[in-house]
Write a new protein. Structure first.
Length: 261
């Protein structure tokens, strides 16, 4: 992928150290110092033009966000989008967002073990040829890296319009014996999910009627425990509802009253 950017783009990025990070190495294990707080950190790998990560940062001011991409021009566009999103709320510079220029291949050099709480993978390159399978961001070799940097509440949220990539991803997660929830084969089938932040691609795909697939992968120990507890509670509610329905359907065994005379 080649992007033709404006002249002076690198200088523009270097002039935004409060938002744009061009070298992750000094921040590894110290991202909370960059943000100046202990809030959870969510990252988006392959953020594109930055609509998703910008809107997420605005909607969730008590969470820190890092958008990762390897192209200067995309970082520039994302910085413009992020500032515009926050200016609508009277804020000049996003207080809980960083835009990181980096190659995802080296993610273990960007973040320390257990430093991240959630990873978003939105419409990643499907790499459809079998010989390129290892490049897919849901390939086990990448997932193993994600598991290292995710903390005890860690999760992966994955969306794609590629059925083949989704099937590959579900198989990858299953082969690694990971817990999955909220699997959607057609995310916006009934109505547009306005409770979820959409990416640029997603909005276009929905307009075209394309299926959007989504799954949440539960990684961290405490996240798994909460997931299992929620499943047990849901099963208990289902059992109670079924029992009540059975009681209502059973014929009454009480004798029928008759009158004499």
């Amino acid at each position: 992928m080649r992007l033709r950017g404006r002249k002076g783009i690198l200088e523009s990025l270097e002039a935004q150290p409060e938002l744009v990070v061009l070298d992750a190495a000094p921040h590894k294990g110290r991202w909370k110092e960059f943000f100046g707080n202990d809030n959870p950190i969510y990252i988006e790998l392959g953020m594109g033009k930055g609509r998703f990560i910008s809107d997420m940062s605005v909607r969730n001011p008590h969470i820190n966000f890092i958008g990762v991409d390897m192209y200067d021009e995309l970082i520039r566009r994302a910085s413009d989008k992020a500032r515009l999103a926050w200016e609508e709320h009277g804020v000049d510079s996003p207080p809980n967002l960083a835009l990181l220029r980096a190659n995802i291949e080296g993610i273990e050099s960007m973040f320390a073990p257990s430093e991240i709480q959630r990873i978003h993978l939105n419409f990643s390159d499907p790499w459809p040829k079998a010989k390129h399978a290892r490049r897919r961001l849901t390939h086990p070799r990448f997932v193993a890296k994600y598991m290292e940097i995710l903390n005890e509440y860690g999760e992966i949220h994955f969306k794609t319009d590629s059925q083949s990539l989704f099937e590959f991803s579900l198989n990858s997660f299953a082969d690694m014996e990971l817990h999955m929830r909220n699997i959607a084969l057609h995310l916006h089938k009934e109505t547009l999910r306005d409770d979820l932040v959409l990416t640029e691609y997603e909005s276009k795909f929905v307009e075209l009627g394309n299926n959007i697939h989504r799954v949440e992968v539960v990684i961290g120990e405490k996240a798994i425990a909460a997931h299992k507890e929620a499943k047990l509670a849901a099963q208990k509610n289902d059992d109670q509802a079924a029992e009540m329905n059975n009681e209502e359907d059973e014929p009454s065994m009480a004798p029928t009253a008759t009158s004499e005379g």
